[in-house]
Design a protein around this ligand. Structure first.
Ligand code: PLP
Ligand code: COI
Length: 342
């Protein structure tokens, strides 16, 4: 990408080559110290477990500039922890927190010119991932692993930015199995979502929200974010389930809702039978930030929320603004959620 002609506020959520990425290898029981490379292609064995048996995990994070130009990460050690938990579930070598943080910091610093300016709505998206590599054929865990951190400047995940989106409530396909790998940030969960997502997009929806794989009675999450609901009585809830991702954004919003706004936000199963009580619905995640959901369609019936789905609701807007303000240090970081890259 050409930095001289880049219009930061017009970036979409797509891959752009930047000069450096961080690579570390695990072999014979240990990680090497890792290295920065300009090579964005990877050469691996044709029998690698990531290619056949889905031994692949990833994370999603952002580096953002504060008003004073500092570069900030939001709760990166939570990503490091979830990455290790995902690795454990897929029987992969765990990346220690120090190596994870080193990869993030080095990849961001090496590409510092690509961290978008404050106030543009753009950020430097960070994509750590890990794959099982090395010669293999049978179903087993790999004997070698590659840990990569690449970064790329992005704009909003949903093109229109902070505008209501439509969700199809998926009544047939599941994203993850009960007791499966839904809690891990593993590629397999996303491949399972591609077909239902394509179908939903062809039908005119922006995204899919899945139901619990056991009974199809409770909301789970979308293909790329958690969700939350604001009820007509002013309370909030966000689904609790062991087949969804333990979203860092969602957990932050629960804290913000409770402590900054005195709102009661519960983490509990939220049933389809509660749909008529929703005043607002939102999607939340690193890429999605907080995205208002204008309406849900379940079995062909449309349920619209605030302003008939035409505008973001007041609580969703409040949560969105507070989250952004916290992430770029526009308000004091009393919780110690920010880490500066120096
Ligand atoms: N759920 C899914 C399926 C996701 O891909 C993401 C994105 O990371 C999230 C939820 C949100 O998680 P976080 O807030 O930690 O980014
Ligand atoms: C993220 O929010 O970081 C994600 O990983 C979601 C998506 C782009 C897969």
């Amino acid at each position: 990408m050409d930095l001289k002609t880049t219009e930061w506020s017009k970036l979409d959520f797509s891959y752009r080559y930047v000069p450096y990425r961080f690579h570390a290898h695990w072999k014979d029981g240990a990680w090497d110290e890792g290295i920065l490379t300009t090579e964005n292609k990877i050469s691996i064995d044709e029998g690698a477990t990531c290619l056949h048996y889905g031994q692949q995990i990833f994370e999603g994070m952002k580096a953002q500039r504060a008003r004073d130009g500092r570069i900030l990460l939001f709760r990166p050690r939570e990503n490091a922890k979830r990455f290790r938990e995902s690795a454990r579930r897929l029987l992969m070598a765990e990346v220690p927190e120090e190596l994870f943080m080193k990869g993030i910091v080095e990849a961001v610093k090496a590409n510092i010119d690509y961290v978008p300016p404050y106030g543009t709505g753009a950020s430097l998206y960070i994509r750590p991932f890990q794959i099982g590599i090395g010669e293999n054929l049978g179903v087993r865990a790999a004997y070698e692993y590659l840990f990569v951190v690449f970064v790329t400047p992005v704009g909003p995940y949903f093109k229109a930015g902070f505008k209501p989106i439509s969700l199809k409530v998926e009544s047939f396909y599941d994203r993850a199995a009960s007791h499966g790998i839904g809690q891990a940030k593993a590629g397999g969960n996303y491949s399972a979502s591609l077909f239902p997502l394509k179908k939903a997009k062809d039908e005119g929806f922006n995204e899919v929200v899945y139901l619990d794989p056991k009974e199809h009675k409770y909301f789970e999450e979308t293909g790329a974010s958690n969700v939350f609901f604001v009820f007509k009585n002013g309370s909030l809830a966000t689904p609790k389930s062991d087949s969804i991702l333990y979203s860092i954004t969602r957990r932050s919003l629960v804290d913000v809702a409770r402590l900054d706004f005195g709102l009661n936000m519960e983490e509990r199963p939220v049933g389809l039978d509660e749909i008529d009580n929703f005043a607002e619905v939102g999607a939340c995640g690193t890429a999605a930030v907080v995205t208002p959901v204008g309406w849900l369609t379940y079995l062909g019936k449309k349920y619209s929320f605030y302003a008939d789905g035409k505008e973001p609701g007041p609580i969703t807007t409040k949560l969105y603004k507070q989250l952004i303000a916290l992430q770029v240090a526009d308000i004091p970081d009393k919780r110690g959620w920010l880490e500066e890259i120096k």
